[in-house]
Write a protein that binds this ligand. Sequence first.
Ligand code: ZN
Length: 246
Amino acid sequence: MSDPLAELNRLQERDLELDHIREDQSRIPEELGQARVHTKALENQLGGLQDQLREVRMAYHKADLELQDLKGKYAKAKQAQSQAQSTKEQTQYGEQMRQLEDRIEEIEGNDKKKIVGEIMPLMEQMDALEKQIEGLKASLEEARTRLDHLEAANQQRVDDLEATHQSKKAARDQLAAIIPAPVVKEYESIRKARKGTGLAKMAKTSNGYRCTACNVQLPMHVAQQIHQANKVVRCPSCGRILWKGE
Ligand SMILES: [Zn+2]
């Protein structure tokens, strides 16, 4: 009869291969990772510019409303001045109009007096932001298209690995079925606890044997039990099932 631990060793090789496939599946390709970061950065940048544009537009509308209000008041004052009954009244309206005019100039600007005003810079900012947003939207669309392709390619890669995993898992289960069930069960629980291997080969040293998983020197009686191979012996240090090798 074949050595069940030799079969267990083959089982472990297959399990490690299956582990490797799972790791491969969860690994994000560098190009995809970069494309995700790049797209996210563009989205954040766009959001920031859109917020800025909203604020500038609000400031523009506020200035524009104030300007219309001031112009209305100015027209009324002018009307009142033309109907004024006294010089004193005329002067009062004139003073009011002068003050309104100052504020109107502050908002509207006055080229002759080299007053820039509030409206024009806000309009220029809106224009500049709209252009930037337009450009950024184009870049973002490009980035999203590229990201979609990379995501799809990665999904295909993961799916292909899944198919490989499934067929290899079926073959692995067939192999497991010919090994005594309690041995497989013990091996699996150790493998789970040790996050990887449940079986370790022992190796000859100058003065005895050692466990190849944790490198501890094995007591002679343990090494003897392993050579007899009539029961499952575990490493006294790491707890893995010890195998004498082929
Ligand atoms: Zn060990």
